[in-house]
Ligand binder design. Structure first.
Ligand SMILES: Cc1cc2nc3c(=O)[nH]c(=O)nc-3n(C[C@H](O)[C@H](O)[C@H](O)COP(=O)(O)OP(=O)(O)OC[C@H]3O[C@@H](n4cnc5c(N)ncnc54)[C@H](O)[C@@H]3O)c2cc1C
Length: 640
């Protein structure tokens, strides 16, 4: 019997109107929960040729060759990428004032024109469609560069390229759509992506924007309103998702969501309000209204009813640019922290020599290395195979990168003391170096919320991690299925687990490439061993908690975090080894950095395993429900 998740045949088939396999028992869910689950389950990305490195980790399968060696792009790509990044960097330094953009809330048109002129709006778009045709790695390097300097510009370019028109068209567009739209957007026409509504945040099941087909079926009429659509105020064309007529599948009415390409000058489309935020003050974000907007059927991306799949698949690869930009922000923080900690003398020594501050700087340095490595490894997977399954790696990189960056920015603020809280303008007026920590903090906060919040990323990671088990054992626990089906599934899953489970106790270190430096090998062996412990732990929790495991979000979050740290360790070692080979830095210095990161990550992992065994989650959850019921209103007394 094949291990689930290993081959294509075990995945739910693509391009089918069949609902997903009955792997999840929805009988005890509310109607709203069931609907949300059915819609997102039907939209899950599937049909990959093989499981990814991280998907294997959760099943106790250690396959480092899936990410090793860390391959740099080939010479031609590297040279083209370097030349572009050089041009971009010079342009930013000479033409862009990030403080003025933050203050005015506007990006000067000449900045946008300059960026468009050098191809920054179509970095990954193929040359045949007017883009630069560069790799995912180069796109991530560009995101890091721009993100380190001006978050507003990064947000505009990232929304445009990662989720706006280019990415879904590259993935799902017809040749005709690509020829029609890609040259426009690669050339500098701004695009946007409209999914969120007042009632639709993380849960697309509540979508209210509708697209009704005309009588002849050649057009759709869109009515509704989208919230927080970034770039909308400047966009020429957007991707908009809307509910199209439901379909009856297996005797049940299933909601359909479809994605459309829409020119913003189509009659009935209106920017209703510009939204303003704590940071990203020059984001051209707004509420967009649609009143009887007529859009031709040819503008559907993918297929009718597959809009959420288009959106979620686009987000899976698109969300990689955010952690790449976060790596840029974190590098900027390191520069600021390093310079200030050497310059500022208090209590007879530079503050960097006081252990409490030194500890923060060490964290910043080591975590930047891990963050950049996770981005690099995942982007490399895309460059090797455009259809690679990077869902788990991208989600982990986004989750970990954005959360760590927030901590890094916070540490930098602390290191700068009162000056961290002061605006650049005020610092300048006092003749001090205008380090923009205050702005960076305002801009960085949103990263753990948009394009998949941290909570949703953890749920997503665990859904994918559990998938092989659900395929083997889900039917056994599904009370909605007839007993005959459940008994057959029980026999099959017993066979599977009798072979799989004992393997998870084998203490072999796993295959670790001999060519790696000894210090790195040690950490890779730890990751190999711990992947089996992770797989066992997940299995034990499934058996102990049963179908209710899905509700134990804090517990599952710990397991997701263990997997994420194992990926961070592995990615760091793999990239470090390549840097040793390429003689980018001295072996001892690279290994010291990785060693430090891995030591911390291992402590976190052990803590998380302890938390899985013993915790106060249930007690805490009950207390929260009491708080929500109003039993502790007295705690809110004494305030305005
Ligand atoms: C500056 C900015 C730019 C944006 N740009 C765009 C854009 O261009 N296009 C677009 O379509 N959208 C955009 N968004 C929307 C953004 O993607 C959403 O804010 C995000 O998806 C979260 O939705 P929400 O804010 O409604 O939070 P909600 O979904 O209401 O969630 C609130 C909180 O509850 C948590 N939560 C929700 N469900 C669960 C659950 N099942 N389990 C545990 N926790 C849960 C969330 O993680 C969050 O912490 C933007 C938002 C902002 C602020």
């Amino acid at each position: 019997m094949n291990e689930p998740g290993r081959t294509q045949t075990l995945h739910h088939k693509e391009n089918t109107d069949e609902p997903p396999p009955d792997v999840i028992d929805t009988s005890k869910m509310s109607a709203g929960q069931r609907k949300a689950l059915e819609i997102t389950e039907a939209a899950r990305e599937s049909g990959h040729r093989e499981s990814s490195f991280v998907a294997d980790l959760f099943m106790g399968r250690w396959n480092p060759r899936k990410i090793y060696p860390y391959r740099e792009p080939d010479q031609a790509e590297r040279e083209a990428g370097d030349a572009f990044l050089e041009k971009l960097s010079t342009f930013l330094k000479e033409n862009v004032d990030p403080d003025e953009i933050d203050r005015s809330g506007e990006i000067p048109p000449e900045v946008l024109a300059g960026l468009a002129g050098m191809g920054a709006f179509g970095i990954k778009v193929g040359r045949e469609y007017g883009g630069l045709g560069l790799s995912q790695r180069t796109y991530c390097r560009a995101s890091m560069l721009i993100g380190s300097y001006c978050s507003n510009l990064f947000a505009l370019l990232s929304v445009h390229q990662s989720v706006g028109v280019p990415q879904p068209l590259i993935l799902f567009g017809t040749e005709e759509q690509k020829r029609r739209f890609l040259p426009r957007v690669a050339g500098g026409e701004i695009s946007a992506f409209a999914l969120t509504e007042e009632k639709v945040g993380s849960d697309p099941g509540r979508m209210e924007t509708v697209a009704e087909p005309t009588e002849d079926g050649r057009h759709f009429i869109i009515n509704g309103q989208k919230l927080w659509c970034s770039n909308a105020l400047k966009a020429g064309v957007i991707v908009v998702t809307a509910k199209t007529p439901p379909k009856i599948i297996k005797g049940r009415k299933r909601d359909q969501i479809t994605a459309f390409l829409l020119d913003m000058d189509t009659p009935g489309v209106e920017n209703l309000q510009r939204c303003r935020f704590m940071g990203l003050r020059a984001l051209y974000n707004g509420v967009v209204g649609f009143t009887d907007v007529k859009v031709p059927r040819e503008n559907i991306i993918g297929e009718e009813g597959k809009g959420l799949k288009v959106a979620l698949t686009t987000l899976n690869s698109g969300r990689l640019s955010i952690p790449a930009a976060c790596a840029g922000v974190s590098k900027r923080c390191l520069k600021i922290a390093r310079e200030w900690s050497s310059e500022r003398v208090q209590w007879g020594a530079p503050i960097g020599q006081h252990a409490a501050i030194a500890d923060k700087i060490r964290h910043i340095a080591a975590n930047i290395f891990a963050m950049e490595s996770m981005v690099g490894v995942t982007a490399g997977m895309v460059d090797r195979d455009k259809k690679a399954d990077i869902r788990l790696e991208a989600a982990m990189t986004k989750l970990w990168g954005t959360e760590e960056t927030w901590k890094i920015v916070d540490s930098t603020m602390q290191i700068r003391g009162g000056r961290g809280y002061e605006t650049t303008q005020s610092l300048k007026e006092r003749g001090e170096s205008p380090y923009p920590v205050e702005r960076m903090m305002r801009d960085a906060r949103i990263n753990t919320v948009f394009e998949g919040s941290s909570e949703i990323m953890r749920l997503f990671i665990m859904r994918e991690a559990l998938d092989p088990h659900l395929k083997v054992a889900g039917a056994v626990l599904n009370s909605q299925l007839p007993w005959s089906v459940r008994l057959k599934a029980a026999a099959k899953s017993a066979l599977f687990y009798l072979r799989w489970y004992p393997k998870q106790w084998i203490l072999l270190a796993g295959d670790v490439p001999d060519s790696m430096a000894p210090e790195l090998r040690g950490h890779m062996k730890y990751a190999a061993r711990t992947s089996r412990r992770l797989a066992r732990t997940l299995f034990h929790q499934m058996v102990r908690v049963g179908p209710a495991l899905e509700k134990k979000q804090v517990l599952l979050g710990r397991i997701a975090d263990i997997g994420t740290d194992l990926f961070a360790i592995s990615a760091s070692c793999v990239r470090a080894q390549q840097m040793v080979v390429d003689e980018i830095a001295e072996e001892s210095s690279i290994c010291r950095l990785v060693d430090d990161f891995c030591a911390e990550a291992r402590l976190r992992i052990e803590e998380a395993f302890r938390g899985v065994r013993k915790n106060a989650d249930d007690r805490g959850y009950k207390l929260t429900q009491e708080v929500l019921k109003g039993s502790y209103l007295w705690l809110e007394k004494g305030i305005v």
